[in-house]
Design a protein around this ligand. Structure first.
Ligand SMILES: [Zn+2]
Length: 279
């Protein structure tokens, strides 16, 4: 009898332990968003190395790969490439459709819609430089701190909107817009290295952060930048203040998140790498 009771208590304890584990697992289960502009989560098989997508190295931490999918990736079958025991292998996955809505914006400043040749040359040069920054891949140790929002405020435009400026089609919206009064502090969502501080034609006063493993973030339209190129920042550190510089209709932060050189939905990254306290 005594033995049986002990056994039952032990069994009950074990059960509750397993239940807690299962719930814990569910809470931390990372769900892929296998859509253009999404992130594919891949549990890396043991021994796999040199994991790539579209021939670019991808973000890997603790046997999980986060793979950025570009907005223009064709629907249907896609594949992750990797090496295993000297062989190059492919892991296929399916890409499903996501319809992003149209957004029509009216700008009073016509030079922000139809720049002159000099301005176009500047825009092209800046675009090349930004592209190169997004392709950075630094080994940089990853931390367990996850991501916090750089700014609390009203979301004024979602990632992926198909945009029209004064009726003319332009590139889709490559970030998340959060509106806040000019001067509101913008925080580093995670630790990283400051790889650009500049004043760009469309993006205005801008800061780029490199968080390692091809995870790069960009902060635009700032009224002031509070960091210098080459320095490192801690999570929560002020990197600048909200403003209305560049192509804007009012003060807001444009926040872009990039994985393996492709802009992805910042909201998706926030669900995949939440800071432990914001869980
Ligand atoms: Zn924006």
């Amino acid at each position: 009898m005594h033995k049986l009771t002990t056994y039952l208590i032990a069994a009950a304890l074990l059960c509750s332990h397993y239940l807690a584990l299962a719930q814990d697992d569910r809470a931390h289960k990372r769900v892929s968003a296998t859509v253009p502009g999404g992130i594919y989560v891949w549990e890396v098989p043991q021994g796999a190395t040199d994991i790539r997508f579209n021939n670019r190295p991808v973000w890997v931490s603790q046997d999980t790969a986060l793979i950025g999918i570009p907005l223009n990736q064709p629907l249907g079958s896609a594949a992750v490439q990797y090496q295993h025991e000297g062989k190059v292998l492919a892991h296929p996955f399916e890409l499903t459709e996501k319809t992003y809505t149209e957004q029509h914006i009216t700008l009073q400043n016509r030079e922000m819609v139809n720049p002159n040749p000099d301005q176009l040359a500047r825009i092209r040069e800046e675009s090349q430089r930004q592209k190169a920054l997004y392709l950075r891949f630094t080994e940089q140790a990853l931390t367990e701190e996850g991501f916090i929002l750089p700014l609390e405020g009203r979301v004024s435009s979602l990632f992926g909107h198909r945009r029209f400026f004064n009726g003319q089609p332009r590139n889709p919206h490559s970030g998340l817009d959060i509106a806040a009064p000019t001067g509101t502090p913008v925080l580093a969502p995670s630790s990283g290295q400051v790889v650009l501080v500049d004043d760009l034609y469309y993006n205005g006063k801008t800061v780029f952060l490199d968080h390692g493993q091809g995870l790069i973030t960009m902060y635009c339209h700032l009224s002031e930048q509070a960091v210098v190129e080459g320095s490192t920042v801690e999570q929560g550190q002020i990197i600048g203040l909200v403003g209305a510089t560049g192509r804007v209709t009012g003060p807001h932060l444009h926040w872009s998140v990039s994985l393996n050189g492709y802009r992805v939905d910042p909201n998706t990254l926030m669900t995949l790498l939440p800071a432990p306290t914001s869980n």
